[in-house]
Write a protein that binds this ligand. Structure first.
Ligand code: FAD
Length: 465
């Protein structure tokens, strides 16, 4: 609330009435994910408390957005309505329809960019010669992004001081959920980030690759539900970077962290300018590539029983916590798309039912990237070898042992070696009646080679041997 594009814009027109409009049909992203719904309800409750502390009330109304907002605007005599953009195709369409309807009714209706640190139009302006379209490639985008201002909003907001009817705020039980055990709030998100900025961020370059060693920020859900803004985070990272006692490696870590947020902005602008449907594919030449909709091992992938310890640890972390380490996300996504040959949309939707963060534009952009059909311009898809990845990034097996208890007592060599795993299974089967860690559902090397050959034929390219 302290740094909010919508509030800052609304404040330009006079006293503000903060409102939450809840459609009677719950948003699909909340309806299918009780943990996310609980987080959302916690975030709404905390916003209401923060507003109360400033002498304002969050007005909640239920019903279709257009009619509900029009009714409320008339009731309070508003001349302008402001809200934050969503970036996926469906949110953009709904927003545009709402804007037209409100304007037709004589209201000034403004959609602002609150989620990204740099609004899509500002980076696109650097490509004015190209009609102001956005960037499909990350590299040139990052250069332009780095040169943009991204100051937090600091408007003095006056709230309307009048009694207005409000319905009860949404509750976790409306979605069949229990209250969030994370008690989300702006103060908590800010304190968590301050703690991270104080120390662990300086090891970010290791943490983002090594899932068992040191934390990444774990800010994705707080960012997603607006409990902290990307602008504020970047401002604090900039301030921290000015510490004269930092080592070069630590400054580099801070830069990498800022790049993570730039990447987030990149995917927002990608969806803003290029997403026509939620299931559309960015690369035209890959639109008809034949991914499968299913695979006999799909359920094993979802449940973390593929027989590949790093993939399984990631999928079990996701199911247990609603979050998965970034490096492991890439490996688990690669396994689905390339080892099993399953469509990235199946993976995206499976994760959508588990992740707390609710960012369709970010999940679609990242899944397309991982599947080699999106903004990654590498000539061939990045097929990760899950055993080599585990050896490189979880060499002591810390992460795998945390999430795959069947392997807790296994020597490290066994985590990376197929033959050693098979020997252990043979010895263990009679003892554990078949409940040991499962055998690999596919043999990585041949299926990956087969996929690459199929991809190369489709794209009209020969893979390098
Ligand atoms: C297949 C796949 C699917 C993904 N789906 C999502 C998703 O649905 N929502 C989501 O927020 N992130 C997604 N990511 C990106 C990234 O993995 C998560 O943002 C990150 O794991 C969140 O953990 P963190 O907050 O500790 O991140 P940190 O590494 O601490 O990064 C800080 C913040 O930067 C942003 N960020 C970092 N990397 C990315 C990225 N590649 N894309 C977008 N934002 C990024 C996030 O907001 C993150 O909270 C996905 C990545 C992959 C490979």
């Amino acid at each position: 609330m302290g740094d909010h594009a919508g509030l800052a814009e609304a404040a330009r027109f006079g006293s503000v009435v903060p409102a939450l409009v809840v459609d009677r049909r719950p948003a699909p992203g909340l309806a299918r994910n009780p943990r996310r719904a609980a987080f959302y309800c916690g975030a709404v409750a905390s916003l209401a408390r923060d507003l109360e502390a400033r002498g304002a009330h969050l007005i909640c109304r239920r019903g279709p957005a257009r009619q509900t907002i029009l009714r409320l605007a008339r009731e309070v005599g508003a001349g302008a309505v402001t809200w934050s953009a969503g970036y996926d195709a469906a949110s953009q369409r709904e927003s545009r329809e709402l804007q037209s309807a409100l304007e037709e009714a004589g209201l000034r209706a403004t959609i602002v960019h609150d989620a990204p640190a740099v609004p899509p139009e500002e980076t696109a302006a650097a490509r004015a010669s190209d009609g102001g379209r956005g960037y499909r490639a990350l590299g040139p985008y990052l250069t332009v992004w780095a040169a943009q201002p991204r100051e937090p909003y600091a408007a003095a907001v006056r709230f309307l001081n009048a009694p207005i009817d409000s319905e009860p705020l949404p509750q976790p039980q409306d979605f069949g959920a229990a209250p969030s055990d994370q008690a989300p709030s702006e103060a908590r998100a800010s304190a968590a980030f301050d703690a991270y900025l104080g120390a662990a961020i300086l090891q970010y370059r290791t943490a983002r690759n090594v899932p068992g060693d040191g934390p990444t920020s774990r800010l994705s859900a707080a960012l997603s539900f607006g409990l902290i803004s990307a602008r504020t985070i970047l401002r604090r990272v900039d301030e921290r970077s000015r510490d004269p006692f930092l080592l070069a490696e630590e400054k580099f870590a801070l830069r990498s962290f800022a790049h993570a947020l730039a990447r987030r902005d990149f995917f927002f602008q990608l969806a803003w300018f290029f997403e026509e449907t939620p299931d559309g594919v960015l690369q035209p030449r890959m639109r008809t590539f034949g991914f499968a909709r299913s695979h006999p091992a799909l359920e094993a992938w979802r449940e973390g029983r593929t027989g590949y310890p790093l993939v399984d640890a990631g999928m079990r972390e996701l199911r247990a916590t609603g979050w998965m380490h970034p490096r492991v996300r890439s490996v688990a996504a690669s396994f689905l798309c390339f080892d099993l040959g399953v469509d990235w949309r199946v993976g995206r939707d499976a994760w959508d039912a588990e992740l707390v963060e609710d960012d369709p534009a970010l999940s679609t952009g990242n899944w397309q990237w991982a599947a080699g059909v999106g903004a990654d311009l590498a000539q061939f898809p990045r097929i990760y070898n899950p055993r080599k990845q585990a050896r490189a990034f979880d060499p002591a097996g810390t992460y795998v042992r945390r999430w795959v208890p069947e392997l807790a007592g296994a020597p490290s060599a066994e985590l990376f070696d197929a033959a050693a795993q098979a020997r252990r299974r043979q010895l263990a089967l009679p003892l554990f009646g078949g409940s040991e860690y499962p055998a690999p559902v596919v043999d990585h090397e041949p299926v990956a080679r087969e996929f690459l050959a199929r991809y190369a034929t489709f794209a009209g390219r020969a893979p390098k041997r």
